[in-house]
Design a binder for this molecule. Structure first.
Ligand code: ATP
Ligand code: MG
Length: 316
């Protein structure tokens, strides 16, 4: 039986990531023969939603797709694993978002192209008639692909729902600046935390200063992820440092999103602590870094908890 408090609505990006590689010398401004290396579903909210669902949470997704094959496939793949997709808007004439990486013949990135225009269509005018449904979800995971005005509007409408911010990228993270005082949870990597705090983060001390400055906005729970160095956490009682769990690294892509899903799956359950949730976050980041791609499809709570219990904090 899923607990009511584990109902999480993920608001933001769900799209496809494609990687193509030139089979001959890359020539700019010309037609280049390529091979498709992969085409995989991605987007921060999608990545987090899928892991939350695989870990047993009751999950909804709110976003936008075009009226095209990619959009249909996104919706189908989410609903197939039991995610409620009724809040995903299909925009007539729109194109589903997507990231395309073009590698040259040596495997170096020649061009990265992100089409995220469809997310700009998620204005608060469009979402107004969904508000009652949105407010029914006690937990919101909101990614910075939504337009700034929509983020501000949502923060003003949250009532008892908890607003958990996912920063996405340094440039998009700035969208949370006007609503920092309304956030319940903020998780950012070091580059995104720099944009929000104004403090350059090169070591643990810098991260502590950044987290203190963010805490001054009144955010009750903040985490700054530091890649292979670990995590700095802050609540209203203490600031702590957590080392990453021992990991046989295969592919760190998506480790940040996985940290968020692990954290939320525990934090959204009654009777759990901030520290327990950080342990689950570290375990999910570690298991994802040991897996090719952003999703650990065969994940289960027992495996996650066995790793999570080895996490420990160092008080600062
Ligand atoms: N090389 C690594 N070894 C062990 N753990 C790692 C490594 N890289 C990342 N992690 C774990 O994943 C967490 C999140 O990583 P990171 O700070 O790089 O997030 P991110 O930049 O948001 O990543 P992404 O956006 O690619 O998912 C780290 O706090 C750490 O626990
Ligand atoms: Mg990230």
């Amino acid at each position: 039986m899923i607990n009511q408090a584990s109902n999480i609505l993920c608001l933001g990006a769900a799209h496809f990531d494609r990687t193509l590689q030139c089979t001959e010398t890359f020539v700019p401004a010309a037609s280049n023969p390529v091979r498709t290396l992969h085409r995989k579903p991605g987007g921060v909210s999608r990545n987090i939603a899928v892991h939350l669902r695989l870990l047993g949470c009751n999950v909804g997704m709110l976003g936008a797709v075009g009226d095209d094959g990619d959009g249909d496939q996104i919706i189908r793949s989410l609903s197939e694993i039991g995610i409620d997709t009724r809040q995903i808007r299909k925009i007539p004439g729109g194109h589903t978002a997507g990231y395309t990486a073009i590698l040259d013949e040596t495997g170096e990135l020649a061009l990265g192209l992100m089409d995220a225009e469809i997310y700009d269509r998620l204005t608060y005018d469009l979402l107004a008639d969904q508000l009652a449904n949105i407010q029914n979800w006690p937990w919101w995971l909101v990614d910075a692909n939504l337009p700034t005005e929509t983020l501000i509007w949502l923060a003003g409408q949250k009532r008892t729902s908890r607003f958990c911010a996912a920063t996405v990228s340094p440039s998009k993270s700035a969208r949370f600046k006007p609503l920092l005082d309304k956030l319940d949870v903020l998780i950012a990597n070091r580059a995104e935390a720099k944009v929000l705090s104004g403090i350059e983060i090169n070591d643990i001390n810098d991260a502590v200063n950044a987290i203190k400055s963010l805490r001054d906005h009144g955010i009750p729970h903040i985490l700054i992820t530091l890649g292979a160095k670990g995590v700095i956490s802050a609540d209203d009682r203490e600031i702590a440092f957590w080392r990453p769990l021992p990991t046989r690294v295969v592919d760190v892509n998506g480790a940040g999103d996985a940290f968020y899903s692990g954290f939320l799956t525990t934090f959204s359950k009654p009777g759990t602590s901030f520290d327990d949730a950080i342990g689950t976050g570290l375990a999910m980041a570690s298991l994802t870094a040991e897996t090719e791609g952003t999703t650990v499809w065969n994940i289960d709570n027992k495996t996650v908890q066995e790793r999570a219990v080895t996490a420990f904090k160092e008080k600062i």
